[in-house]
Design a protein around this ligand. Structure first.
Ligand SMILES: Nc1ncnc2c1ncn2[C@@H]1O[C@H](COP(=O)(O)OP(=O)(O)O)[C@@H](O)[C@H]1O
Ligand SMILES: CCCC(=O)OP(=O)(O)O
Length: 376
């Protein structure tokens, strides 16, 4: 066993679409967490997500000053990683190639793209190293999973890698095994939903959470009949941006019911709203169907099905999914997510020599396509 240094001081930065969460850890101990809100009218002036960098940086610096935390005291900064070239899971040192690609939004637009940029701007003047951990572009797909059905379109892996891998490690530990020794199906059920087939530590297939795949979600359409989408695209009813926004941001519950709050939908259903009831049931049905698909990917050799994310707090959602999938494997429920702890833990593994940091620049040639347009 390596002797553990409990004095590592880690700042965690997790940018979301309307806020930037920051937390300070000493070792595994979370000393504080803050949610810096970014009101919609303040964000509205920035044409692209990356244009928010200086604005968010200033807000972050103000918060650190309030907390009396000086950057030069830090051992490292851990940031949520965004849309980059497809790379295996792990902890990546922030490097020049990564920063350049994020600045030009080369692989798409998502708030998490700001994580590495913010960390670098804060840390580099003080020689504090920055890392990203299991970014949303983690891609461990097998070749067969990349095929879409049209050579012009390649499937790519974009999912809640950070939370899925953390909860998968937790499930493996509960089963008395290592992550690399088990097969798991993990469903992250939040504002976005992704369902992944984890084969011995690698996510060999997953429903892409931003390009319109998988189940409908509180605010995303999930997969749609392609020919109907083409009809909509050429109907003159929507601009390109509006249509992309329908798929990612204004789809799912938002499109049918005008809210992305699943708790509210569940309450409306319980109060007799039949449309809310049908939509809630449809979300659970589609998640179960995706879990079934992952069971086939894993040839039925599944040690557990894991339900996580905000919707895993809902008893109705858990029971509706469970009744359809418990024939596959035991269902483990880990509601919510703790991305801040997952980020800190990843960087601690590297600082303690338990895991080697990966180099983004040296990671193989990107297999993804350029200029993927996602919502944010
Ligand atoms: N107890 C609950 N019952 C039903 N839905 C819930 C509950 N708690 C959170 N949710 C829903 O989970 C979704 C948010 O998921 P979460 O993983 O917290 O966020 P995000 O994906 O935005 O990071 C929201 O639709 C929210 O209403
Ligand atoms: C599926 C990729 C990551 C993502 O969409 O995260 P959020 O659901 O938190 O926006």
């Amino acid at each position: 066993m390596t002797e553990q240094n409990t004095e590592e001081k880690i700042l965690v930065i997790n940018p979301g679409s309307t806020s930037t969460k920051i937390a300070f850890f000493i070792g595994e101990d979370k000393r504080w967490i803050e949610n810096i809100a970014h009101p919609a009218d303040e964000l509205a002036v920035f044409p692209r997500v990356v244009d928010q960098l200086d604005y968010r940086l200033e807000a972050l610096r103000r918060e650190l000053q309030k907390k009396g935390l000086r950057v030069e005291e830090l051992t490292a900064i851990a940031a949520r990683g965004g849309l980059l070239k497809p790379i295996p899971g792990g902890v990546y040192a922030v490097d020049r190639a990564m920063l350049e690609e994020l600045r030009e939004e080369r692989y798409g637009r998502h708030a998490s793209n700001l994580g590495a940029l913010l960390a670098y701007e804060l840390g580099s003047p003080h020689n504090v190293p920055s890392y990203i951990v299991d970014p949303i572009c983690v891609d461990e797909l097998e070749p067969v999973a990349r095929i879409s059905g049209l050579p012009q379109i390649q499937r790519r892996s974009v999912f809640h890698a950070l939370n899925q891998k953390r909860q998968a490690r937790r499930a493996a530990a509960e089963l008395g095994k290592k992550y690399e020794e088990v097969n798991l199906i993990v469903a992250h059920l939040g504002g976005g939903i992704t369902v992944g087939a984890h084969r011995r530590g690698r996510v060999v297939d997953v429903s892409n959470g931003v390009d319109g795949e998988g189940p409908l979600t509180p605010e995303r359409s999930g997969s749609l009949p392609a020919a109907e989408v083409v009809q909509l695209a050429f109907s003159d009813r929507y601009t390109r941006e509006e249509l992309l926004r329908l798929i990612n941001g204004r789809g799912g519950f938002v499109a049918y019911l005008g809210t992305n709050n699943a708790r509210e939908v569940e309450e409306r259903a319980a109060a007799g709203d039949t449309e809310a009831d049908l939509l809630f049931a449809a979300l659970c049905y589609q998640v179960a169907r995706e879990i079934g698909a992952c069971a086939a990917v894993l040839s039925g050799q599944v040690d557990a099905v894991v339900l996580t994310g905000g919707l895993a707090y809902s008893r109705r959602a858990v029971e509706e999914i469970r009744k359809r999938v418990e024939f596959i494997a035991p269902v483990l429920v880990y509601p919510g997510e703790d991305e801040m702890a997952a980020l800190a833990e990843g960087v601690l593994r590297v600082l303690r020599g338990e895991e080697a940091p990966r180099s983004y620049q040296e990671e193989g040639v990107g297999r993804g396509e350029k200029d993927k347009s996602s919502g944010d």
